[in-house]
Write a protein that binds this ligand. Structure first.
Ligand code: SAH
Length: 473
């Protein structure tokens, strides 16, 4: 970021406007709306500015910009608003020498500060800056926010400040104070209540409800989706913004954690190096400890918590320990990757169903899947955790009668910036194992003829005469 939006105390920092013409007039109106203390330095004023002067709307210093030397002691913020580029450039030079903050209207190169687009709900204000690159974009965003933020937000903020003071005096804990305020804010934004209608008794009742909050907290198993943060559900996002503790897995895209409440405790519990714990029993204990301290704990899992994510083990443990829990579903990797390939996993002609299979257990042991049964089904097969088992999977499917020209795809880092799709036939992947040795994790394997639709969505060459050179492997 090269321009930091900061909030200036307008009472402590009077603003010196240089110029008395049309440009200055426009800037004056804006600054006046913001409640700034304004002085204007100009040899002359427009009729409107003269009228405002008659109403004591600003202090007038008659003269040209040559008078500026020495004025930096009383005026530390200058706005040069003339249509004379020489004067604007002289003002900027002088400001630089004196270390004064200067804004030159419509000239970012000469300015040391710029005005953001503002959504004003005094005392709440939202500043939007594009670092001067696109004022039109800033205005567009402002219009969106204008619609989103209720007009009564300022009044609400003032009332909330009073309630905050009362809560402080009541001596309740920081956690209760925060919960009461969050409840009030959430009720306000969902239209459930307006603070204007709340009297002392209502506030006392809300505080009491929050003070006697359950001794145990709660654990929420949240699906983080396959990677692209925009695939997070609104519910997951809201919970991340309200929780106290987050226990997250290796598959969770770190960008998603940026949506979490700033002061939430974030703990990595994945299997890679650097984790404080990675055994299921240790993760369970962490969930329990934090919930028993009254925290709202998010157990954040890649994809969907119901798919190969040990959710049942965690649910059972939480239930056994009398901890309240809920599950927020997420988009499983299969759906994210299918969307990337623009392929439907079921199809009236090619696949009557879709099966999610863990390749983790695939081996020659008794835990292996029933390949004979699998091969008979007219379904799309999706293998999770199968990267290192690609050859074995191909071999078993072929040996059990799946047609050698059945389409197969591998999607690596699905839905992320570095996503890669490898596409071919079962036979082709089986005969060319060297082509997939470099597939990175996480990756998903798809087998089934619905995959021929990948060609259509991706402008690939004809599917009838696939040659190795045409594959994206
Ligand atoms: N609960 C997760 C799956 C966890 S098992 C879900 O619903 O998606 C972990 C396996 O999921 C990985 O080994 C990989 O096969 C698959 N996977 C997860 N994220 C993926 C991604 N972004 N791209 C491709 N495969 C992914």
């Amino acid at each position: 970021m090269s321009w930091l939006p900061i909030s200036l105390n307008l009472q402590a920092w009077p603003i010196l406007l240089i110029g008395g013409g049309q440009v200055a007039e426009r800037k004056f109106r804006l600054l006046q709306q913001m409640g700034a203390k304004i002085s204007i330095l100009a040899p002359d004023l427009t009729p409107l500015l003269r009228e405002a002067l008659a109403n004591n709307a600003f202090e007038y210093i008659a003269g040209t910009h040559e008078k500026l030397t020495g004025m930096e002691k009383n005026y530390k913020v200058w706005v040069s608003a003339t249509n004379n580029s020489q004067i604007n450039s002289d003002v900027a030079k002088l400001a630089k020498v004196d270390g004064t903050l200067v804004n030159v209207v419509d000239n970012i190169d000469l300015s040391t500060f710029i005005f953001p687009a503002i959504v004003d709900r005094n005392p709440v204000s939202v500043a939007i800056s594009t670092s001067g690159l696109s004022p039109v974009l800033a205005c567009f965003i402002r219009e969106k926010l204008e619609v989103m933020l209720p007009k009564s937000l300022g009044r609400f903020a003032n009332q909330l400040a009073k309630i905050r003071n009362r809560l402080k005096q009541s001596g309740c804990t920081g956690q209760v104070k925060r919960r009461v305020q969050k409840q009030l804010i959430s009720d306000y934004f969902t239209g459930h209540s307006s603070l204007c209608n709340l009297d002392e008794a209502d506030i006392a009742a809300i505080s009491k409800r929050q003070t006697v909050a359950p001794k145990h907290g709660e654990v929420i198993l949240v699906g983080a989706g396959p990677g692209d943060p925009e695939l997070l559900t609104i519910k997951a996002m809201r919970i991340l913004q309200n929780c106290d503790v987050i226990l997250f897995d290796n598959l969770v895209n770190r960008e998603i954690l940026e949506y979490a409440r700033r002061d939430a405790e974030v703990i990595y519990v994945g299997k890679k190096a650097g984790a404080c714990c990675n055994k299921q029993s240790q993760i369970n204990q962490l969930m329990l400890d934090h919930a028993q301290q009254g925290n709202l704990v998010v157990r954040l899992k890649g994809g969907d918590p119901h798919i190969f994510a040990r959710a049942n083990e965690e649910i059972e443990f939480l239930a056994d320990n009398d901890i309240k829990y809920q599950i927020i579903p997420g988009i499983s990797a299969a759906f994210g990757c299918a969307a990337s390939m623009k392929v439907s996993l079921t199809d009236r002609e090619y696949a009557h169903g879709c099966m999610f299979i863990s390749a983790h257990l695939s081996s020659d042991s008794k835990d292996d899947v029933d390949w004979e049964q699998l091969a008979k089904l007219k379904t799309t097969l999706v293998f999770y955790m199968g990267v290192s088992k690609i050859s074995y999977i191909c071999k078993q499917l072929l040996a059990n009668g799946v047609a050698s020209d059945t389409r197969m795809a591998i999607v690596e880092n699905g839905t992320m910036m570095n996503e890669k799709v490898y596409y071919g036939t079962l036979d082709y992947f089986y005969k060319n194992p060297q082509l997939v040795v470099n597939v990175c994790k996480p990756a998903l394997l798809f087998v089934g003829n619905v995959l021929q639709f990948y060609d259509r969505g991706n402008d690939a060459t004809s599917t009838t005469s696939l040659q190795p050179s045409e594959y994206s492997v």
